[in-house]
Design a protein around this ligand. Structure first.
Ligand code: SAM
Ligand code: SF4
Ligand code: SF4
Length: 374
C-alpha cells in the first residue's frame, strides 16, 4: 500500500528570526500594537501531540501514524518557557494559559506549573494561571496540578451522549472519564471550571440542550464555541457553523437568559446568566462576531515561535534568541518590536468564501491549532 503523503510545505517551520533592537525596552514597559491593543494574555502550547483526534482540530486522515510530530529536542524546555514567561510578565502579561495538543501529555507538567506559579508581576501579584485540557488524564493529575499552583482549568467536552462524544474525539474515549476529571478538578479546588463545547451543525448541535441542562445549577460555566476555520486540515465549511445567536435562542426558549457585562476587557466569551439564578453560560462567536478589536492574546508554540493571531501563517522564532547569546533585556526588546508591528485582525476581515477557499486549497497554509494551542 502506498504511504500517505505528508504536506511538502510544513508551516510549522515558517518563522522569522526576530530583530533585536539596539535600544532595550525600558523595564516594565507595556507592549502596545498598531491598533493600540496591549499584550495581556499568553497561551503556551507545551506539546503538539494529543491522544484525541477531534475532526475539527486533528483529523485522523492527516494526523495518522505517518505524521511527524516535533522531535523532543525542538521543544522548549521548562526553563526556557519560564524564562520567556518572566520576560512577558515583566511587560504586561497577566494571564498564562497552558495548552497544546493535550497539555497533560507533557511529562511532569506540574513541575512547569510550579515554576510559572512562582512568577510575580512587577507589583508583586501572582499570575492568573490556567490550563485547557481534554480531561482524559485530569482525574489522575488534578491534585498534583493544584499543589503545584495551578488556579483553574478549562475542560473541552463536545457532547454528553457517549456515542456522539466517542465519535467526535475519534479515540473512542468515554464521556464518563471526562466527567470524572471535572469532578476531580472541582474536588481539589481548580475552579471556577469552564467547559468548552465546540458546536458543529449536524454533528453535535442536538447536544446543546442536554449539555446546558447538565451544567445548569452547578458552578461550572459552559461555553459554546463556534466551529472555526483554524488550520488547513479540518475541511471547514460555513454551513457547519451554528451561530451563537442560535445557541442562545435554543437555550433561552427553555431557560430564560439575561446578558451579563464582560468581567474583563478582551474577554472572548459573551456572558449570559440564567434568569432564575442557576448559573451562567458563555458564547464564543469567533466566526459570526469578531472580537479582534480588543484581542490582547499572543501564542507561543511548542518550539518557541510566537504567533500574534490564531490565524497567522508565520511565527517569530523566539527559541533562536533563547538559544543564542541574548540577554533577557534584549529578548524583551525583540518581543516589544514584534508586538508593536502587530496589525492582525483575521476574524474581522474573514469572509465565508475566502475562509472556505483557504481551507480547501491544500494543507499547510496556516498554522494548526494543536501546535499553537487554543
Ligand atoms: N487538547 C486540549 C483541549 O482540547 O482542551 C487543549 C488544546 S485545544 C486545541 C484548545 C481548544 O481549542 C479546545 O477547547 C478545542 O475544542 C478548541 N478547538 C480546536 N479546534 C477548533 C475549531 N476548529 N474551532 C473551534 N474550536 C476549536
Ligand atoms: Fe486534541 Fe484538543 Fe485538538 Fe481535540 S481539540 S484533537 S483534544 S488538541
Ligand atoms: Fe485575535 Fe486573531 Fe482571533 Fe482576531 S482573529 S480575535 S486578532 S486571534
Amino acid at each position: 500500500m502506498a504511504e500517505k503523503s505528508i504536506p511538502l510545505v510544513d508551516h510549522r517551520y515558517a518563522a522569522s528570526t526576530p530583530l533585536v533592537p539596539a535600544e532595550p525596552l525600558p523595564a516594565g514597559a507595556l507592549l502596545s500594537d498598531r491598533r493600540g491593543r496591549e499584550l495581556h494574555d499568553l497561551r503556551i502550547s507545551v506539546t503538539d501531540r494529543c491522544n484525541f483526534r477531534c475532526a475539527y482540530c486533528m483529523p485522523r486522515e492527516v494526523f495518522d501514524k505517518n505524521y511527524r510530530f516535533l522531535p523532543h529536542d525542538s521543544l522548549l524546555s521548562f526553563e526556557e518557557i519560564t524564562r520567556l514567561a518572566r520576560i512577558f510578565v515583566d511587560h504586561g502579561v497577566r494571564k498564562i494559559r497552558l495548552t497544546g495538543g493535550e497539555p497533560l501529555l507533557r511529562k511532569n507538567l506540574e513541575v512547569l506549573v510550579g515554576m510559572l506559579a512562582g512568577l510575580r508581576t512587577p507589583d508583586g501579584a501572582p499570575l492568573d494561571l490556567t490550563l485547557t485540557t481534554n480531561a482524559s488524564l485530569l482525574a489522575r493529575k488534578a491534585q498534583a496540578l493544584k499543589d503545584a499552583g495551578l488556579q483553574r482549568v478549562t475542560v473541552s467536552l463536545d457532547a454528553l451522549d457517549d456515542a456522539v462524544f466517542r465519535r467526535m474525539n475519534d479515540a473512542d474515549f468515554p464521556v464518563a472519564e471526562v466527567l470524572e476529571g471535572i469532578a476531580a478538578a472541582e474536588r481539589v479546588g481548580l475552579g471556577p471550571i469552564k467547559v468548552n463545547m465546540v458546536v458543529k451543525r449536524g454533528t453535535n448541535d442536538h447536544e446543546i440542550l442536554p449539555m446546558a441542562r447538565h451544567f445548569r445549577g452547578s458552578p461550572v460555566v459552559l461555553r459554546f464555541i463556534e466551529y472555526m476555520d483554524v488550520g488547513a486540515s479540518n475541511g471547514w465549511r460555513m454551513d457547519e457553523v451554528l451561530p451563537s445567536a442560535e445557541v442562545l435562542a435554543r437555550i433561552h426558549a427553555e431557560h430564560p437568559l439575561v446578558a451579563l457585562s464582560p468581567s474583563q476587557p478582551g474577554e472572548t466569551a459573551e456572558r449570559w446568566a440564567y434568569a432564575d439564578g442557576s448559573g451562567e453560560i458563555g458564547l464564543i462567536s469567533s466566526v459570526t462576531q469578531a472580537f479582534c478589536s480588543d484581542c490582547n492574546r499572543a501564542r507561543l508554540s511548542t518550539e518557541g515561535k510566537l504567533f500574534l493571531c490564531l490565524f497567522a501563517n508565520r511565527g517569530h522564532d523566539l527559541r533562536a534568541l533563547l538559544r543564542g547569546a541574548y540577554s533577557d533585556r534584549q529578548i524583551a526588546g525583540a518581543v516589544g518590536l514584534i508586538w508593536s508591528g502587530r496589525d492582525d485582525r483575521y476574524s474581522e476581515l474573514r469572509t465565508a468564501e475566502a475562509a472556505a477557499e483557504r481551507t480547501a486549497d491544500g494543507a499547510g497554509k496556516r498554522v494548526e491549532m494543536h501546535y499553537i494551542g487554543g
